[in-house]
Design a protein. Structure first.
Length: 167
């Protein structure tokens, strides 16, 4: 019985990691497109891959690693954690790490490009908004899904034996 439970839990973690990895890959692709060969904005990249954006301080190789692997690794990790967030302690850790992810994104923007980059993003949105809007919609949609899933996992389930619903 314990093996079946462990197998089911392992499968949930793998599926969660795969979904998170896919989400991260799409974010990385959209963020790379938003960078526009140096004529775009770094903000989508820094937010999507936080805290791995700190690797940009290590030169070209750090930049390459963080652009290619940052968002997929971050979101695969979150996907695995969210898949098992039925455990209240793990759910608390996951929520805390999500908040740290958001804070790290803002700190990376301030440290690398300065908040003047926000004015540049507004200029980009007037010229060619497609990529930035697609990235923003996908990122925000993913965050809504993450928090919705975390909300569902945090609720207690009715006990199947007594048929009573939670209060």
């Amino acid at each position: 019985m314990a093996d079946v439970k462990a197998n089911r839990r392992s499968r949930k973690v793998i599926v969660g990691a795969m979904i998170g990895f896919s989400y991260g890959c799409i974010l990385a692709l959209l963020a790379f497109a938003a960078m526009g060969a140096g004529h775009g904005s770094w903000i989508p990249f820094l937010i999507s891959s936080a805290p791995f954006g700190v690797l940009t301080f290590l030169g070209t190789s750090g930049f390459t690693v963080s652009v290619v692997a940052g968002a997929p690794v971050v979101w695969a990790t979150f996907g695995a954690m969210i898949a098992t967030s039925g455990n209240p302690k793990l759910a608390w850790v996951t929520r805390t790490l999500l908040l740290l992810h958001y804070a790290a994104g803002l700190l990376l923007i301030a440290a690398t490009t300065g908040f003047g980059e926000l004015a540049y993003v507004l200029r980009m949105l007037r010229i060619s908004p497609e990529i930035m809007v697609a990235w923003a919609m996908f990122y925000v949609g993913g965050q809504i899904a993450v928090h919705w899933r975390m909300g569902l996992c945090g609720r207690s389930r009715p006990d199947a034996r007594d048929g009573q619903s939670p209060t």
